[in-house]
Every structure is written in structure tokens, then in C-alpha cells.
Design a protein around this ligand. Structure first.
Ligand code: SF4
Length: 399
């Protein structure tokens, strides 16, 4: 870094620090955090504006309605996530909140475990969770990383988007990057010195944590770990080594959403259990046939019928997967099934390809093919090392 840049950094850090310290001295609170970020960002934006006015500001290519860069992976600091959470609470309607939940779940599911190169391949399906009809739903409180991108050349953005090259060169404003990086970094250092989480995290997960937490501000201000841990909010303290993370995160991400939208009850008749699925919103039963049976002789679990009729619902595949997993774990608990018990079922080939083969926790494989495109499948029930909560599945009330 040359001397001029070092000097610019010192000056900017001092300016940002002044604002941060004045708020910290008043004592940080939910309101204080919002005011601090508003002021800090206002200052950073003013500095950037002045730089642009004195240099090449008129060449900025970014325009309302262009959202190419809103298909990138967005990371933000916990304090920014809290600021956004506060905005969502005040400004989002219940419909917008529902849509946001769906986008978050879809985004996390699609990007889980993927490296950057593989994420870029599916960027069309994973726009930012706040992008709605090419508009940012949280524009006044958007993260600093979004503010730090200003392109001077639309063609280079379009080329990068179309080719999907994560290393594509984009002619962008270095001053925006520099100023917002310093603002974010200075704020992070102060948060860190007070023992509060400051590591940047991916936005969908960070926002999900705030939404599913009773009082995220309180937790963060107490210095508890909330954002940077993979720990589910309601799970044991540590994730056992032998549980594939994908299973835990899938259940922990989608089960709460499932029970917000549906309820499950069951009726047991000897070695058969029938489940009934209700839509909370429509107040009707939507299951066709959900029947499991237990073979006392071989101790195998047989999925006699599984037609949850969720396919017309948003995120139907994930909801069906959760419904299936909950039924299996619930029945396994009732019948006291041991690990490595076989699960058998019959299905059509296309349903195997698109659904059962993706239920990673049951390892379904084709036992044999039948005529007319039907497969006989064999899966394995693994006793979970952490408790899968099925207490929300209640017996059918007998009238
Ligand atoms: S927060 Fe807004 S500006 Fe940032 S990527 Fe998402 S939609 Fe785009």
C-alpha cells in the first residue's frame, strides 16, 4: 500500500471510529445499533459521492432494475443482519415474510455444501433472498458489500453473468470497495473488542437465525454465538461426528417451516400406522394415503403408501421430504426399530430419480425393477444420534 493510501485509510478509520465510539459510549441497544449503522453508512456514502464527483462518477453503469450482481453470494456482518432484521420486522407484510422464508429455505438447500464454482452454475436459481422483481426489498438497509459494488461497465457485468466465470474481471469502482471495506472492518473490530460476533456470514443463514430467534439483538449483545456457528437454535450443544451435516441441517431448516404450514396426526392399528396431513392455512386434510407397516417377522419397515398431496404447495419437494422423514422417525420410535433396519417401498422410476434417490439419510437403492416402470426400493433406517423431535405428531382424536 503506498503512502497516500495508508494516509487515506488512517483518516477514514478515524472518521468511522469517531461515529462508532460516540454510539458505544451511549450504550449499545437495538435502537442504538440502528442509529449507529444509519450514521456510519451515511458517512461512507457521502465520502464515496465526493470521490465520484471529483473523478469518474458520471461513468457509473449501475441503474435501477439491473440486478446482475444480486445473483452473487452475499456475506454480511452479524450487526448488519440485525439491522436488516429490524427493518423486516417493521416493514414486511406477512405475505412478504412468507415469501422470504421460502426463498431462504430454497437458497440454503440449493447452495448447501457447494463451492463457488458450482454455485455460479446455479446462480439463476439462487438470486439474493431480497431480490423481488429485480428490486431490492431492503434497499435502505442493504449490506455494505452491496454498496461497495459500482460498475463502470455494464458489458463486463453481463459477460461475467452469462459466462458464469467467478473470476471474471469487472471494471468496478475501487473507491466504493475501499471505503465500505474500511467502514465494515472498523465496525467489526469494535464489535470484536466488546466480545460480540463480528465474522462475516452468508446472508440467507444469518437472516434465518434472526427470524427464528426470540430476541436476536439480546443474544448478540450478550456476546453469545448465534451467527457463525452451525449449531441449530434448538439442538444439543454439539453435533455428533457421525451424523452427516446435510441431514441435520435439512431437518433443522425445514421441519419448523413444515409445522408452520402443516400438522400431522396418526392412527395406529396393529402393525399399521396411518398418518393424516392437514394444511394449517386451508384447514383441511390434504393427505391421500400415508401408511407405514411393520413386518414383525423381518422387523422391516414397509412404506405401503406415501401420497402426501403436497405437490401443489410451495417448496413441495422439501416439504414432502420432511413429511416422509418425520413419519419414518415417528414410526421407528413407536416400533423401537434399531439402526440398519430395512425400509422397503415401491415407486415409479421418475419418482425414484426425483425424490427417493435424494433422501440421503435413507440410502434408497433399486432392489429390482418391475414391469410398467415400477421400482422396488430398499432403504436403510439409521437410528439418529440426536433426537428428531416427532412430538408434534399427535394421535387422531377419537370422537
Ligand atoms: S440485498 Fe439488495 S442489493 Fe444486496 S444483493 Fe440482495 S437484492 Fe441486491
Amino acid at each position: 500500500m503506498d503512502t497516500d493510501m495508508r494516509h487515506a485509510e488512517e483518516v477514514l478509520r478515524a472518521l468511522f471510529m469517531q461515529i462508532i465510539e460516540s454510539h458505544v459510549q451511549k450504550g449499545l441497544s437495538r435502537k442504538g445499533i440502528t442509529e449507529l449503522l444509519t450514521e456510519l453508512i451515511e458517512l461512507a456514502e457521502n465520502i464515496v459521492k465526493q470521490v465520484h464527483e471529483s473523478t469518474s462518477g458520471s461513468n457509473i453503469a449501475c441503474k435501477a432494475g439491473c440486478s446482475l450482481c444480486c445473483h452473487s453470494r452475499i456475506r454480511l456482518t452479524p450487526v448488519e443482519a440485525l439491522w436488516i432484521f429490524s427493518w423486516i420486522e417493521t416493514n414486511f407484510s406477512s405475505d412478504e415474510l412468507k415469501r422470504l422464508h421460502n426463498r431462504i429455505q430454497s437458497n440454503i438447500y440449493l447452495t448447501h455444501g457447494k463451492n463457488l464454482a458450482n454455485r455460479v452454475k446455479i446462480k439463476n436459481r439462487t438470486p439474493c433472498i431480497f431480490l423481488d422483481h429485480n428490486k431490492c426489498m431492503i434497499y435502505p438497509v442493504r449490506p455494505m458489500i452491496c454498496r461497495s459494488w459500482h460498475s463502470f461497465d455494464l458489458a463486463s457485468c453481463q459477460k461475467a453473468f452469462q459466462t458464469g466465470n467467478p473470476d471474471a474481471e469487472i471494471n468496478a469502482s475501487a473507491s466504493n470497495n475501499f471505503v465500505f471495506f474500511l467502514a465494515r472492518d472498523t465496525l467489526g473490530r469494535v464489535c470484536n473488542s466488546f466480545g460480540m460476533e463480528c465474522e462475516a456470514v452468508e446472508m440467507p443463514k444469518a437472516i434465518l437465525h434472526t427470524l427464528e430467534c426470540h430476541d436476536p439483538f439480546d443474544i448478540w449483545l450478550k456476546g453469545e454465538t448465534m451467527f457463525s456457528s452451525n449449531k441449530p437454535l434448538s439442538s444439543p450443544d454439539s453435533v455428533p461426528e457421525n451424523i452427516p451435516k446435510v441431514i441435520i441441517s435439512f431437518m433443522e431448516l425445514h421441519a419448523p417451516a413444515f409445522f408452520r404450514r402443516f400438522s400431522l396426526s396418526y392412527f395406529m392399528d396393529g402393525s399399521c400406522i396411518e398418518y393424516f396431513l392437514y394444511s394449517q392455512e386451508k384447514k383441511v386434510e390434504i393427505s391421500k394415503e400415508l401408511i407405514l407397516s411393520h413386518d414383525n417377522f423381518s422387523h422391516a419397515l414397509n412404506v405401503s403408501k406415501f401420497y402426501p398431496e403436497i405437490f401443489r404447495e410451495p417448496l413441495s419437494k422439501y416439504m414432502s421430504a420432511i413429511c416422509f422423514s418425520l413419519m419414518i422417525h415417528h414410526a421407528a420410535g413407536i416400533w423401537g426399530l434399531k439402526s440398519d433396519t430395512f425400509i422397503s417401498l415401491e415407486t415409479r422410476s421418475n419418482v425414484f430419480e426425483t425424490f427417493y434417490s435424494r433422501l440421503l439419510d435413507f440410502d434408497f437403492t433399486i432392489k429390482y425393477r418391475r414391469q410398467s416402470d415400477n421400482y422396488s426400493l430398499r432403504g436403510i433406517y439409521h437410528l439418529p444420534s440426536i433426537k428428531i423431535d416427532t412430538s408434534m405428531i399427535t394421535p387422531v382424536a377419537i370422537v
